[in-house]
Design a protein around this ligand. Structure first.
Ligand code: PMV
Length: 306
């Protein structure tokens, strides 16, 4: 059985699309699992929560997010004709929620094909394959989602540069809250691109400032300086507001988290709904979680960066 975790972005979303660094970490509380087995006949079929009976991979009604990774894996390994294989998929990652569900599906499915057919697959190759699919779904992704999900480690990421693992001085406790609404990432990414086109000097200065915050964030994480991480999250959120990426509920949830004792809070991912992330101390975690739920969060997940 193979598993791929969800992910959450801590610093640098949006600016990362324009060449600045960002920091992201796996979200191990939610995942996609795929169990593969060779069968005597029946071609390649996929059983999922939506298709408990199982559908042939060639079935046109099968979701592209499921079909494309499997097709790409077969092409990559040059497997022809289609093998007899049954893949059973189960996901606890909500779709289109900023948790990297698409990249996690692709990662788990490609890994499952390789593992069941006993074919070796380097992480670097897997990452490149998943990025291909991300591009088909999202247009101009930075590649941060597939990278953190494939490598399953906290990362400092710069587009088109080799992955850098993050050193964590002391464990940091976070709460990740989901909002009841979301905006597709390609829309917010497109809106930021429009802002940039209209006023490139000013917006490029904001991207650079965010990039600097990410550098300081990396340093604070390495040194285990939680209060500094919290302050930098605040500053990052301020610039995301200027980029028109936050919204009323995101701002409200950030304020509620801070009022309840969080050290820092910001939106996470594409913005205008989706998710927000708050840095907490273990003793105030329950209080901050209650404040988030009371202010409209639909779900709160706790995670530790270590
Ligand atoms: O997938 P999301 O919604 O968490 O957003 C990814 C982060 C962005 O910087 C907004 C886009 C990207 O490709 O990096």
């Amino acid at each position: 059985m193979v598993q791929a975790f969800g992910k959450v972005i801590l610093f640098g979303e949006h600016a990362v699309v324009h060449g600045q660094p960002a920091i992201a970490m796996p979200l191990r509380a939610i995942s996609v699992t795929v169990k593969g087995e060779k069968t005597a006949e029946g071609g390649l079929r996929l059983v999922s929560d939506q298709n408990p009976e199982g559908l042939p991979i060639s079935d046109a009604t099968l979701d592209q997010a499921l079909r494309l990774p499997i097709e790409l894996a077969l092409k990559h390994f040059n497997i022809n004709p289609t093998p007899n294989l049954l893949l059973r998929l189960h996901s606890t990652i909500p779709v289109a929620s900023g948790f990297g569900s698409g990249a996690a599906l692709s990662t788990a499915l490609i890994r499952a094909v390789a593992e069941t057919l006993q074919l070796s697959l380097e992480r670097e190759t897997l990452n490149a394959l998943v990025y291909e699919i991300e591009k088909l779904h999202h247009g101009t992704p930075s590649g941060i989602d597939n990278t953190v999900i494939v490598y399953e480690t906290p990362i400092y990421f710069v587009k088109d540069q080799p992955i850098q693992h993050l050193t964590v001085g002391k464990p940091l406790h976070f709460l990740v809250a989901t909002l009841p609404h979301a905006t597709p990432t390609y829309i917010t990414v497109g809106d930021v691109a429009k802002l940039y086109a209209a006023n490139s000097e000013r917006i490029s200065a904001i991207f650079k400032t965010i990039g600097q915050l990410v550098e300081w964030g990396r340093q604070a994480i390495t040194e285990g300086d939680a209060p500094a991480v919290g302050h930098l999250m605040q500053a990052n959120q301020h610039h995301l507001q200027t980029l028109s990426i936050s919204d009323n509920l995101l701002d409200q949830l950030c304020d509620a988290a801070l009022d309840a004792g969080a050290m820092g809070a910001k939106l996470s991912g594409g913005g205008r709904g989706g998710n927000m992330i708050a840095l907490v101390t273990p003793d105030l975690q329950a209080q901050v979680e209650a404040a988030l739920l009371a202010n409209g969060a639909v779900r709160v997940i706790s995670t530790i960066l270590s």
